[in-house]
Design a protein around this ligand. Structure first.
Ligand code: NAD
Length: 255
């Protein structure tokens, strides 16, 4: 069923075929959505553009979320092309390696601020830019991880950053509900992606998730895509402010 038929959606966070955001882009496209897709920079473009073309993205533009001028150009293009926006999918995270792989107590101010800016504040600012275009209401969806709620070994500074992002989701949902703009976060179990490769001993995390989750499975980006497709569709019209797990049930277990 084409549950996103005619919906216009912006996807920020595709790096390559392994990206969560790519799994989501495919699900959105198959459900009938028209897409705008961004890539981080010139280095990323050759990996992202062919994927964006596969899902017939109408807008393909660079976006470094630390560059507000680039963001303004992107939203101007969306306004000119579509006149409005129905949903935004945000799957962006970064922390400098030294800070990510060290103890939280040793994190540098610079590393902390960069991780927060790219991984958390970017969602606030994208929401701010999207709001005036969501004239028919809309859906803002971001991606978090269990390490924002409980301490996960090696997740380091990304834990507090994701905790802040989850707080942001709730506050934005409360502020934007009146305009029928819904704000949620998906919390997938571990998946081997480029961002994940920065986390020390990530294979053990995958193994732990497989062994301890009730369903004894690791999840895939298309599984995340199918849940994301529901969440940005009108079928989820009363779901907002939620952190929604897709982790084969891992989060209910006391390990
Ligand atoms: P990924 O490496 O494929 O995606 C991360 C994206 O962030 C990349 O596209 C990268 O270009 C983008 N990015 C980094 N800095 C940026 C900047 N300054 N401006 C714009 N984009 C920038 O990895 P992924 O695992 O698909 O990550 C997507 C999201 O999913 C992240 O928020 C991550 O924390 C979250 N997540 C991942 C997992 C996992 O196990 N892979 C689990 C739960 C949540």
């Amino acid at each position: 069923m084409k549950t996103l038929h005619g919906k216009k959606g912006l996807i920020v966070g595709i790096a390559n075929e392994a990206s969560l955001a790519w799994g989501c882009a495919q699900s959105f496209y198959e459900a009938g959505a028209e897409l705008a897709i961004t890539y981080l920079n010139e280095k990323a473009e050759p990996y992202v553009r062919p994927l964006a073309e596969k899902v017939q993205a109408q807008i393909i533009m660079p976006l470094d979320v630390q560059n507000q001028a680039q963001e303004a150009l992107l939203f101007e293009k969306i306004k000119q092309t579509w006149g409005h926006l129905d949903f935004l999918f945000h799957a962006v995270a970064f922390a400098p390696k030294k800070d990510l792989q060290g103890r939280v107590v040793d994190c540098s101010r610079e590393g902390f601020l960069k991780a927060m800016d790219i991984s958390c504040y970017s969602f606030i600012h994208l929401a701010h830019m999207a709001e005036p275009l969501m004239i028919n209401g809309g859906a803002l969806l971001t991606t978090t991880f269990y390490g924002g709620e409980k301490v996960v070994e090696h997740y380091g500074i990304m834990g507090p950053v994701k905790a802040a992002l989850e707080g942001v989701v709730k506050y934005l949902a409360a502020e934007m509900g009146e305009k029928k703009i819904r704000v949620n976060a998906l919390s997938p179990g571990p998946i081997a992606t480029r961002a994940a490769s920065g986390i020390l001993d990530f294979d053990s995390l995958l193994q732990l998730a497989r062994e301890k989750s009730p369903e004894h499975e690791n999840i895939c980006t298309r599984c995340v895509g199918d849940y994301a497709r529901f969440l940005v569709s009108d079928e989820a019209h009363l779901v907002t402010g939620s952190i929604l797990y897709i982790d084969a049930g891992f989060n209910i277990m006391a390990i």
